[in-house]
Write a protein that binds this ligand. Structure first.
Ligand SMILES: Cc1cc2nc3c(=O)[nH]c(=O)nc-3n(C[C@H](O)[C@H](O)[C@H](O)COP(=O)(O)OP(=O)(O)OC[C@H]3O[C@@H](n4cnc5c(N)ncnc54)[C@H](O)[C@@H]3O)c2cc1C
Length: 414
């Protein structure tokens, strides 16, 4: 089977879904190919940042978003010594319409974007459709080969955008060169049942020498990332279930008996954390964005936001060339020019968090905690907590929805 679209978007993650929705609102014929049958996956974090919240609002999706199950993180307050709490990260001071991080299961956000996309006549989402390689006309990328529910096929496209994440098939097939940076940790990813009366969990890590843990509250259960030293998965698994339970209880004593609901280490998924960036983000007929162009570390929980901003910028810059039917090398290069600085700055900050905080902690080289000098400074000038709040919640060069994509929610304003 062979068919045709104007823009083929490979991967229905945050970058791909935002890009496709905005392009469809510009009247561009766009097809998203997503390899999974649904969005119900756990490995991608749940944080929706103030700039993404503003975007959702501008797209006219706020009432539906606000109705999703979620919790709000307004401040990052750390216990710097027993009983002594200091707010180190403050989102509330940001001049944003929604100055907090919303913790929303990512599948809910992606379903919301898919519903909005399906309302546009030029939007097509094909689930259970795995892209297996690029289709070429001479040297030019002319679409993709895929394996779908009805068997293999080809989708021809004026432009193919790789939004297929850190293990991007598209970028590998295109032979785009990747620059890798070492990361000091990997993650174990698992769930524990949640008690009704449990504490307030935040996305800020719990730290102890040799371990760090991020606990994401979801309805009925806790989604947990236990950070482990890079490359130690096999060695740590070999210590067995008992040692795993002890590790978890050290950082999350309130889990109590709940920890024993994990009865096999098969329930603990290993995530190979990467940080890299493409040197060139495009080739003739193909562009990569989101994690496919720059895999982000979980540090700071900003990867979703950066991917969303990539999607917005790409749609804004390419909607007109796509409508005209001529996308030049210059048009594609403009996307990288717009997005490389925010990405590089964010990755540089993540490398510092990795090098100075998380890496040494998970290797057991130093005790957990925020440096005492920093704590004293923020206690002296509490306003300074807005700086990490801005870097995490807004980031460098935030993007706004283009005018053509904006909508007022049915029934009035947000
Ligand atoms: C352990 C861990 C925790 C994290 N936690 C957070 C967090 O809390 N907050 C945060 O902001 N960021 C977090 N991140 C980073 C974040 O997950 C990514 O930066 C973000 O999801 C990138 O979005 P994306 O759309 O570019 O790619 P992805 O979210 O990876 O989406 C790619 C999509 O492409 C699909 N796909 C892949 N291959 C194919 C193919 N061949 N054909 C068709 N479809 C395909 C996938 O199924 C997927 O739906 C975390 C990362 C890790 C490793």
């Amino acid at each position: 089977m062979s068919d045709k679209t104007t823009c083929a978007v490979v991967g229905g993650g945050p970058a791909g879904m935002v890009l496709a929705l905005i392009l469809a609102r510009a009247g561009v014929d766009v097809t998203v190919l997503e390899k999974h049958a649904d969005f119900l996956r756990d490995f991608r974090g749940d944080t929706v940042h103030p700039t993404t919240l503003r975007l959702i609002d501008e797209l006219g999706l706020w009432p539906k978003f606000a109705a999703l199950p979620q919790s709000q993180l307004r401040k990052g307050t750390f216990e710097v010594s027993p009983g002594h709490w200091v707010t180190m990260v403050d989102f509330e001071r940001l001049r944003q319409p929604h100055p907090y991080v919303a913790m929303v299961p990512q599948w809910d956000l992606l379903n919301l974007l898919a519903d909005a996309g399906n309302a546009e006549p030029s939007f097509t989402l094909r689930m259970s459709t795995e892209v297996t390689g690029l289709l070429r006309d001479g040297g030019r990328v002319a679409g993709v080969h895929y394996d779908g529910a009805d068997g293999p096929g080809e989708l021809r496209a004026d432009l193919t955008v790789g939004c297929d994440g850190r293990w991007s098939v598209v970028r590998r097939d295109a032979g785009l060169q990747v620059r890798e940076w070492p990361v000091g940790f990997d993650a174990w990813w698992f769930r524990l049942p949640r008690r009704e009366d449990d504490a307030i969990y935040t996305l800020f890590p719990r730290l102890a020498p040799g371990r760090a843990m991020i606990v994401i509250p979801r309805q009925g259960y806790l989604q947990i990332a236990l950070l482990i030293p890079k490359g130690s998965d096999v060695r740590l698994r070999a210590r067995g279930l008992h040692a795993f339970h002890a590790d978890v209880l050290e950082l999350l004593p309130e889990a109590g008996d709940m920890v024993y609901t994990i009865t096999t280490l098969d329930d603990v998924k290993y995530l190979d954390v990467r940080m890299n960036r493409l040197r060139r983000w495009h080739t003739d007929g193909l562009l990569c964005i989101g994690d496919a162009a720059h895999a982000m570390s979980p540090a700071g929980g900003v990867g979703i936001n950066v991917a969303v901003q990539d999607g917005v910028a790409t749609a804004r810059l390419l909607a007109e060339p796509l409508r005209r039917g001529v996308v030049t090398d210059r048009d594609l290069a403009a996307v990288r020019r717009r997005r490389v600085v925010p990405t590089a700055v964010t990755q540089a900050l993540q490398r510092q968090i990795d090098k100075r905080l998380l890496g040494p902690i998970v290797r057991g080289d130093k005790a957990g905690g925020v440096p005492a000098s920093l704590v004293r400074l923020v206690e002296l000038v509490p306003w300074l907590a807005i700086i990490p709040g801005y870097l995490v919640g807004v980031g460098v060069r935030p993007e706004r929805a283009p005018a053509f994509a904006r909508r007022t929610p049915a029934g009035g304003g947000p």
